[in-house]
Design a protein around this ligand. Sequence first.
Ligand SMILES: NC(=O)c1ccc[n+]([C@@H]2O[C@H](COP(=O)([O-])OP(=O)(O)OC[C@H]3O[C@@H](n4cnc5c(N)ncnc54)[C@H](OP(=O)(O)O)[C@@H]3O)[C@@H](O)[C@H]2O)c1
Length: 253
Amino acid sequence: MNWNLKGKHALISGGTRGIGLAIAEEFLQLGAAIIVIARDEKYLAKKIKLWKDKNFPVDGIAADVSTTSDRERVFEILKQKGIQLDILINNAGTNIRKKVKEYSDQEYDHIFNTNLHSTFDMCRRAYPLLQQSKSASIVNISSVAGLTHMRTGAPYGMTKAAIVQLTRNLAVEWAPDGIRVNCIAPWYIHTPLVEKLFENQSYLREVLDRTPMGRIGEAQEVAAAVAFFCMPGASFITGQCLAVDGGFMVKGF
Ligand SMILES: NC(=O)c1ccc[n+]([C@@H]2O[C@H](COP(=O)([O-])OP(=O)(O)OC[C@H]3O[C@@H](n4cnc5c(N)ncnc54)[C@H](OP(=O)(O)O)[C@@H]3O)[C@@H](O)[C@H]2O)c1
């Protein structure tokens, strides 16, 4: 009873690849119905078909969550289809790695729109639906780059740090509405977003040396933590940020 997502309806941004895909599949295994958002319409349709062929309750909406108009359209579609919502996962995110002085205004805006403004706006647009759920849950995907300095570039770290604080604020604001809000801060996880970085063997070695568990994480390991936050078993947990990082954050000298 405590350890499943049976009967829950979850909206997952970026659910076709990497961490979002692992979350989508974990949720399906745990009994949830999911609605997946991604930009690449063809690839999304392919994933939806694969899941539907296995009789999983899935739906897809091709949309770019970095734009206000698409976010508006997502919730218009949910309204038209009469879809209820118990869970929102703000996972879609991006990065451009540079030194502070090298960012163009467009690059800076792109990172903020994709990672932060989308998360803020998706939460408030989902609020009326989540409020109607008996036990609602939001999980935002931050990063260890939002908790400490990393070589990811400042804008990415800034957006991820702000997501941690947004999580705390919403957790307190929406606790009386029965909406729990938590976030996850992964360290390096094998996904298309970061795979290219590991082609640089010396960088990979540095990453592994700095990780107590001595390996890169798997998307399924993030998905398991996300699922836990949404389960009845986590019913008294809100406002938390859990690092899924193989010990990275607690390693000092
Ligand atoms: N991988 C890591 O090491 C790591 C570490 C810490 C935090 N994170 C965070 O975890 C989250 C997922 O990362 P990932 O590595 O799984 O990324 P990924 O492999 O690049 O996958 C991103 C997913 O999001 C979708 N997406 C991207 N931008 C979108 C947009 N504007 N609107 C709608 N969908 C969008 C992509 O599909 P389309 O391209 O079709 O839109 C894809 O399904 C991000 O927030 C990232 O910052 C990742």
